[in-house]
Design a protein around this ligand. Sequence first.
Ligand code: NAD
Length: 493
Amino acid sequence: MQQDQMYIDGQWIDAAGRQRLDCTDPYSGAVWASIPAGTAADADRAVDAARRAMTTGRWAALSASGRGRLLRAVADLITENADRLAGIEVRDNGKLLAEVQGQITSVAECWHYYAGLADKIQGATIPTEKAHAFAFTTREPIGVVAALTAWNSPLWFATVKAAPAMAAGCAVVVKPSEFASATTLELARLVEQAGLPEGVFNVVTGLGGDVGSALVDHPDVAKIAFTGSDATGIRIYQSAAKSLKRVALELGGKSPTIVFEDADLDLAAAGVMSGIFGAAGQMCAAGSRLLVHAAVKDKLLSKLIELASDIRLGDPRDPHTNVGPISTPPQYQKVLDYLDIARADGARCVLGGKPADGPDLGAGQFVEPTILVDVRNDMRIAQEEVFGPILSVIEFEDESEAVKLANEIPYGLVAGVWTTSIPRALRLSKALHVGTVWVNTYRSYSYMVPFGGTKRSGLGREHGIEAIDEYLETRSVVISTDDGPPVNPFIMR
Ligand code: NAD
């Protein structure tokens, strides 16, 4: 069995307490590897290495172009190792191999993208009202970044945090989810191979309550970049406030997919399917609430039932599989619990609604693709994130009711809009209180397009050019152009 180590200060080490955690393949149920169960002492060591890298090391002295060259080398190594990385991620979290392969292509491109931005970080000169002053700004790396990530797309989350942070000149400590750390450790291997100075990129594995909270409380961490649940995000925000750390939070959602009476229903049905049954619904952006116009509800529902009845559950490595297992035992239990909650509150199941079984289902952590009707927007199943393959269907009569239902929710991550009317698409993009609106498409992520939430879905934006700003702070410099002393040193002018 594979026994991984952590990567701290350019070295591969075990946890200070020598404890280990098992890595389980969600499909087969087999333990295939173990990772160190890091402690606060390991977090300390990693932060210290990152701080030294940023202040005295080779990284601190490197030009912006030099940083870009190193990030480009990481990107190329990811491409060379793409198949191997994809295989590891699937074994760790059970996501479909074909999907992970596509994601890893984007991961490599994302490193290239931020490598290209490293030497385009510029300040400004500022003409002021003062006669004898020259003012300019520089953009400085914010400091050591702690990146805490979730299990559903670990390599992607580590990338969209570390690549812009390192392009900005920061050093990073990544704490991947205890349920899926393997590809983040593989990324460290590639960073090492690319020749990055020690301490710039560190990975400390372990439990959130041990390593994660130690990083959040650490006085030398300047910024927390977090992807995970809203409950943990809120806890982190509260702890970070004590030392006024910068915080970016990518949290959960209960995203509406809104289908209007003028939509192309075949396209909409495919989009709804992808939004809730893709990755077994284990997506922050899952389109878990279908808001559908009363005039097309029955037609759309019968298309969805027909399509979803044909979904092939199975081994995520099999190219014929559409939906893989639920990734972790606690998540599996949570999905089943929500099925009970929904029924108890009066929702009616028109498809699925129970654990799936069958010969192709490995260790059996599968849930049938589920469609619920008779759902009201104020029910728990419509208001709380499940993170599983459960679609709640709610009917509306007109556009204003659709907007009201869509916005009456504590979350605000994404919304899908299906319509053939451009004016309506534009009106909705303005009226929906979310970070991203997808029109006639769903799950259309790009590392170039800003992504993040409003309300309980989070703070800050990842992806795109503006993600670099999350890791920079502006420094203002004002230089006197006057050779003589001030006329009156006690009066500011
Ligand atoms: P989680 O909140 O349980 O854990 C996320 C990370 O935080 C893990 O690394 C965990 O070890 C760590 N952690 C846990 N407790 C901590 C603490 N007290 N202090 C510091 N760190 C701690 O989330 P999860 O179950 O891994 O992921 C699922 C959640 O992530 C869902 O709610 C989903 O919506 C969200 N998510 C959001 C996005 C997004 O981009 N908005 C993307 C994917 C997943």
